[in-house]
Design a protein around this ligand. Sequence first.
Ligand SMILES: Nc1ncnc2c1ncn2[C@@H]1O[C@H](COP(=O)(O)OP(=O)(O)O)[C@@H](O)[C@H]1O
Ligand SMILES: [Mg+2]
Length: 279
Amino acid sequence: MNVIETKEILYEYPDGTKALEDVNFKAESGKIIALLGPNGAGKSTLFLHFNGILEPSSGEVLVNGRPISYDKKELMKVRQEVGIVFQNPDDQLFAPTVMEDVAFGPMNIGLSKEKVESRVKEALKRVGMEGFEKKPPHHLSGGQKKRVTIAGILAMKPKIMVLDEPTSGLDPRGASQIMRLLYELNEEGMTIIISTHDVDLVPLYASTVYIISHGNIIKEGSPQTVFSDVETIRNANLRLPRIAHLMEILNKEDHVSFGKPYPLTIGEARRKIREQAKD
Ligand SMILES: Nc1ncnc2c1ncn2[C@@H]1O[C@H](COP(=O)(O)OP(=O)(O)O)[C@@H](O)[C@H]1O
Ligand SMILES: [Mg+2]
């Protein structure tokens, strides 16, 4: 079942910029789906359609099989179902303290004080930010801010979480902490949709990849399928994952092959190299 689906959506910003053209995107329940594309490709614009922040100029967006209705009450419901974590935490965090920030969503849907408190506690624990309740968000590091924004969404208990470039600007450790958390949430049944231009990250986590370029989806499939189409990847101003690039060079320049498709991760490459070394 597709929890989110866009049908031929087109979006034009008020200044006339066509940011999306005939985009068909599907997110299957329980999966981790990656939207891969260079800067300006339309990733953020597409994501803002998933919970009705933007309404397509034409085409439609379905959540759980139903077209989004753009009246206020229905949008509230959609936003409980689909949580969006913006790329820049400063666009999301606004309350004077971490606690008030995370509490805002649950309070807004009218939960009791006790329920709000327990949701805030649980969410901050989940992202490893207990003890920061009274801190002003602007005193936190980039990675901590990101985790608080994720807590704010988790506190709403959405079934679908959409994260716009969740690892951008984070150091390697911060990035892998976030990805590990997303992986765990997914294991527990949450559908996760991320955008990124980090090609090395995609094969580690995503089961389905969409490539977006100039507002068009130009390729979709498993990481293996998508990264086999080297020409499309490079035409979209992206590159192969480093490991696959190394395998391509070994194959083409040195005539050393570990078989095709090229491994995309260290784990896959290690397995193939060991197998071959044994022969
Ligand atoms: N508020 C806006 N008004 C006009 N054009 C915009 C606006 N936001 C984004 N764009 C344009 O829409 C296109 C897609 O942008 P965006 O969705 O932010 O791409 P990405 O997230 O992949 O970097 C770009 O050409 C960008 O300049
Ligand atoms: Mg963006």
